[in-house]
Write a new protein. Structure first.
Length: 132
């Protein structure tokens, strides 16, 4: 992002770039498609002999931790900077993107929990109606 980009555009970019960060971090750390690699990483994070190895594999099981690495990748791809045109812009952008992405993931988690709760409640109601 060049230095002539106004603050409004930077803020809009912040909220937009955080979306794929949240999507990637959530998918890798929660969704079924990555279940087997994630289970391997969980096992390694608990059972590896080396503390460095345990921490390395833990990064793939925690959406907050993993979002930092996805953010670094997105900063490299996009060149996005926030407020400053030098290295400080990358630093502020990085932590801001992580924060916004984690808000998105928290909201998504709450929505999924509500949907799951409603689904279970409707299944219980359906079973009760079938008993009558």
């Amino acid at each position: 992002m060049d230095t002539t980009t106004d603050l409004g555009t930077q803020i809009i970019s912040l909220f937009l770039i955080a979306i794929p960060i949240a999507c990637i971090a959530w998918t890798v750390t929660h969704e079924e498609v990555f279940k087997e690699p994630r289970e391997f990483c969980v096992g390694q994070s608990h059972n590896a002999e080396s503390p460095v190895r345990r921490k390395f594999f833990y990064l793939f099981t925690c959406e907050y931790c993993f979002s930092h690495y996805v953010t670094i990748l997105m900063l490299i791809i996009t060149g996005y900077k926030l407020l400053y045109a030098d290295w400080r812009g990358y630093l502020i952008a990085g932590f801001s993107l992580v924060w916004i992405a984690n808000i998105y993931m928290s909201l998504f988690g709450l929505i999924r929990l509500d949907v799951k709760k409603e689904r279970i409640e409707s299944q219980i109601e359906e079973k009760e109606l079938n008993k009558k």
